[in-house]
Design a protein around this ligand. Structure first.
Ligand SMILES: Cc1cc2nc3c(=O)[nH]c(=O)nc-3n(C[C@H](O)[C@H](O)[C@H](O)COP(=O)(O)O)c2cc1C
Length: 334
């Protein structure tokens, strides 16, 4: 109505939960303390994914203690003791983070497990649910540098883990994956049909660089840059109408425009990490403001009015999403 400011509704559905807006603080060091999570809620985040609990880390620590113990002659009593003690300590810290965060904030708190082997998972997952996690994100990735296992074997592991975990927890499960699959589109589709509630496209990983003076391997580019958006944007747009679960976009969402693009591609929500480290937590409010203003300008009252409008399925030129060569744009550059 003339003269009246029309409020836009930023709420979205993700993993069966109603989020007040589409910005989730992704799993990172910013979500590994109650204080950090409280700050994120104050800054406008609609939900948080806790820093992952690393199954591998627990397993390694466990191995070290077992090695130590075996020097003194290991017996089964000790085994049980260490088993209980080590896992108990790491898990107790993590479950305390869940239950304390749940008391401190009103936004959904999702737990995250970094899964490496399938055998340890289920016991972790149940405890995270009991501690009060609203959902569980499985951060799963096998670097394709293992020359012993075929791609079929590696892919099978994903389905085995999902099957196992679904027997043990009743909270929604999301799967956060990489784009390192030989047949990415069909793989994402197959994963979405396993009964999981959501897929996070994509995780970004620690990558090595070389220090040529010290001759050492060092971390490179811990944070993403805005140009890293393109891979997840393409795949959210391609998969949006082809999956049987929600989609959250992750990697390279640094500002409000990138958020709008991912919603247009068909994402239910976005996850942000690097931009919060680089630009501060207030970036969330700025992004929401950009979204709100853009929606008002376009006359959209809710996210449903435009979500997926630029997905490949709705596009008049679907081949644009699959173009991979530069010939047209850089024809003059040799
Ligand atoms: C410092 C840091 C720590 C992270 N730790 C985790 C983690 O424990 N588990 C996980 O699934 N992702 C982790 N991530 C990945 C982020 O959740 C996110 O998927 C990735 O950084 C891409 O999003 P961005 O471009 O917004 O940073 C981490 C990222 C950063 C920068």
């Amino acid at each position: 109505m003339k003269g009246e400011e029309k409020m836009v509704d930023l709420s979205t559905q993700y993993l069966g939960m109603k989020l007040k807006n589409p910005i989730i603080a992704g799993s990172s060091g910013l979500t590994d303390s109650v204080k950090g999570i409280e700050e994120l809620e104050k800054s406008g985040a609609a939900a948080v994914v806790l820093k992952s609990i690393f199954e591998e880390e627990i397993a390694l620590e466990y191995d070290d203690v077992l090695k130590e113990a075996s020097k003194g002659g290991l017996n089964m009593d000790q085994f049980d003791y260490y088993d209980f003690h080590i896992k108990g300590e790491k898990l107790a810290r993590y479950t305390a983070l869940i239950s304390e965060s749940k008391k401190a904030v009103s936004i959904p708190v999702m737990a995250s497990i970094n899964c490496v082997y399938s055998h340890e998972w289920t016991s972790f997952a149940k405890q995270l649910q009991t501690a009060g996690a609203d959902a569980l994100e499985l951060n799963m990735f096998f670097l394709p540098s293992d020359f012993e296992r075929t791609s079929e074997e590696k892919e099978k592991a994903y389905f085995q883990i999902i099957e196992k975990i679904q027997k043990d927890v009743t909270i929604p499960v999301a799967l956060k994956i990489s784009y390192y699959f030989s047949n990415l589109g069909p793989m994402i589709q197959k994963l979405s049909e396993t009964g999981i509630a959501g897929l996070v496209l994509f995780n970004r990983f620690y990558s090595p660089d070389f220090d040529i003076d010290k001759m050492e391997v060092v971390p490179s580019n811990i944070f993403s840059s805005p140009s890293d958006l393109s891979i997840s944007l393409r795949w959210v747009a391609i998969m949006a109408e082809r999956v049987n679960c929600d989609l959250a976009a992750s990697t390279g969402v640094h500002d409000g425009k990138a958020l709008i693009k991912q919603l247009l591609a068909g994402a239910n929500a976005v996850q942000v990490a690097s931009t919060l480290y680089l630009n501060g937590k207030n970036r969330i409010a700025e992004m929401l403001q950009t979204l709100e203003e853009w929606m008002a300008e376009k006359g959209y009252g809710s996210l449903a009015d435009f979500r997926g409008k630029m997905s490949q399925a709705k596009s008049l030129s679907p081949s644009a999403y699959e173009r991979v060569q530069f010939m047209k744009y850089f024809g003059g550059i040799s």
